[in-house]
Ligand binder design. Sequence first.
Ligand code: 9WN
Length: 431
Amino acid sequence: MSARLTGDETALWKAAARTLDANWTGTSTAASPGLYPHQWSWDSAFISLGLARHRRDRAEAELLSLFRGQWANGMLPHIVFNTRLARRAFFPGPELWHSERHPDAPRGVHTSGLTQPPLQALVALRLHECATDGDSSRAFLARLYPLLTAQHRYLAQARDIGSDGLIAICHPWESGLDNSPAWDRPLGALRLPPTAYAPAQRPHTLPNGEDYDRYVRLVALMRHAGYRRTYLRDDHPFAVEDPLVNAIYLASTHALAEIATLIGADPAPHRDQAQRIHHAILDHLWDPETGCFRARDLRDDRLLPVVTVGAFGPLLDPELPSPIVRNLVDLLLSARFAGAAGYPVPTCDIQAPAFDRGGYWRGPTWVSTNWLVWYGALGHGLPVIADLIYGSTMRLVRQSGFREFFDPFDGTGRGSHDYAWSAALVLDLLS
Ligand code: 9WN
């Protein structure tokens, strides 16, 4: 803990550390006690950032534990199941995915068959930057590097469905922003076979039953096709290029180049790849008419209408042209986002018809997306934006605790309590 923290901040720091301790399972961190008892991919990356400030050994263990679930084709699954828990501890559990029947899936561990935003390389580099023992930290990076490059190779080979340098999500869960209104149109266009699975019983009521049913049916299609690359490219009905997912992919590709340099490997292929992603984000996801980034539906080659917090993802691109940075700052401060929210950043444009202040990823503020925009703003030397988001995030957790998500107008906490990434990212912000 840093000596410069105020009394209030020290109390918050200790509460966050206690939350991470309580969610520690012995080998990794449960995303939230009760609701999400397993290890999720991008949660694990965020959590590792917090652990790095509190229990360095656990930060490394967390990432290594996640990569135990990596498939032989490089795919890093979005859930690694805790096998010590009852099979019914979470729906959908291992029985939806049948990873054990897939030749590429690891033995002795059950996983999902989808992935999530590839934050791990960015996080691994940040872990190194805050390490006190440089040699041991470099040894950790050297151990992780082949796993990270395999993860990125899978994305470039299997998920560049549009052949344009970007990666596509094949399921809303892969975005991490499950029920974002950005996916309403492609989800609504699906003609899906019925499923044997009943809609899940969830402690909070969102996303609604109909959406949830579609999520499960989309998984069934992928599973029946053996999660095959050619099926995903040619036949799978849901394929969307999202600006937040691709900006994370880009930032992690830059991080991979730096990690390569640190451990004496060749950074050039990662640098080339980063250039390709940078240009593709601008060419395919920037809408000059409305001055914002939007997701692209590859199945009808159109930009999706709703503007979400994902529009600010490209701030993670260190080479984002400054006129576009200014556009994003104006949009962020406008009445569509921070200008009308007491506790920014809402996850959907407040003026969009789909905006819902209590609707999970359809409007509420989340600590994870706040952290990403804060980090991007710092990278572009935007202290006013970074301070605004820092202040709003601190007020949220002080007022409502480490909740899963928050009302963007009055800061009311919603969803799960003791949500691990909310605690972890506060530790990172305070450090
Ligand atoms: C589906 C674990 C995960 C997060 C996602 C969040 C939520 C799961 C769910 O919880 O998703 O994978 O059941 O809704 O949307 O971002 O990784 O915390």
